[in-house]
Design a protein around this ligand. Sequence first.
Ligand SMILES: Cc1cc2nc3c(=O)[nH]c(=O)nc-3n(C[C@H](O)[C@H](O)[C@H](O)COP(=O)(O)OP(=O)(O)OC[C@H]3O[C@@H](n4cnc5c(N)ncnc54)[C@H](O)[C@@H]3O)c2cc1C
Length: 390
Amino acid sequence: MDYEFGEEGNQLRSLLRELIHERMPPGFLGAFTDDPEDLAITQRFCKELAARGLLTLSWPEEFGGQAGSLWDQTVVREEMWAHHEPRGAQYMGLNWVGPSIMEFGTEHQKAVHLPPIAAGERIWCQGFSEPDAGSDLFALSTRAIPEGDGWRISGQKIWTSYAEMAGYCFLAARVPETGDEPGGITIFLIPMDREGIEVRPIRSMLGRHHLNECFFDNVWASADEILGGVGGGSKVIRRTLSYERVGIARYARCDRLLSLLSRSLEGTWDTLPPALRTRWNKALIKVRTARLLAYRCVAAQVRGDATSNTLASVARVAVTQCDQEVAETLMQVLGHRTLEGAGADAPFYGAMEDHWRYAQASTVAAGAIEVQRETVARSVLGRASGSRAS
Ligand SMILES: Cc1cc2nc3c(=O)[nH]c(=O)nc-3n(C[C@H](O)[C@H](O)[C@H](O)COP(=O)(O)OP(=O)(O)OC[C@H]3O[C@@H](n4cnc5c(N)ncnc54)[C@H](O)[C@@H]3O)c2cc1C
């Protein structure tokens, strides 16, 4: 398989780098810092990407895209993640909420939800995990009880990224069996300002606005807010998770940070202890391996191959492991200077320390690494699974 992106891909990459260089302040470390201006910058940048047709490049034209290929989208996600995700929380909508609505949504849902995502105007959050349902997602207990021509939803979600700033929630709830209706896990597309929803931020080392608890107290949902039909949630979630797992190109930031570090050591590189130089080289090999495994999954998605779900887990295992290995390597090489904070006086504006903090959570977010491995094993052994990973 030839993974060369060709002239067009390279031009797209150069254009994105130029835009990021021009629009992002030096030392930009993402939208979720203590400086509210960082969030505002990402919101402006998303609108500019949308106006230039770069935000939803691979989406079909009828939904506000440019009908570009998934490979174009791969270039976009690599450049964005490499430069601390200048799209902020928008990537959720672009990578998996939008595609899931295109695949499972009604015409009405597509008309309501896709244009604001394509315009970079609406942030989504994912309401899957609960205090007693993470890896074992299909044990979730948030309930949706039928009432009149709609539903009343009650329950608690946890670790909900961006819930504080999100306009909508992609919410998983359990519908009870009634009469001839089978019930089961069901996805609701719920506006976050609906009565009965309370968001409580969770303080964490991932920065402000990141993690939250969400409480749903008798929240109303109409029948046309259900995605994929009553009881259709498991199928939707499986698709959603496979999009999500290759949607974050963590290997691209790893590659960039390793290279920034080695360039900064030009002239003194040979004075580093041989064990550290070996560690740097091994980390780079892991990064390049993870990149190829991610490309393998994208290739399967382009072919519409059913193995893409498993390949997404294979890639995710490699990508999250390389994230952590690179974080440790950067720390080892830079030593105590890694901890000199953020800002212009800190080495690399604090990017290495920021990467280390985020890397710690990478083998848990979007499904724990043990569970991803289980998915791969089950797929090889040909057994079905009822966990988050399948
Ligand atoms: C940064 C971050 C962002 C997140 N954002 C969101 C979000 O936006 N929306 C959302 O819904 N959730 C989100 N999550 C939650 C995430 O999906 C869960 O944390 C994850 O699925 C694990 O679930 P858990 O925390 O309940 O751990 P558990 O499922 O309780 O797992 C605890 C440990 O047991 C191990 N384990 C569990 N089952 C098995 C098994 N079958 N075999 C082997 N080992 C097993 C796990 O690997 C893990 O090490 C986020 C998490 C993080 C860290």
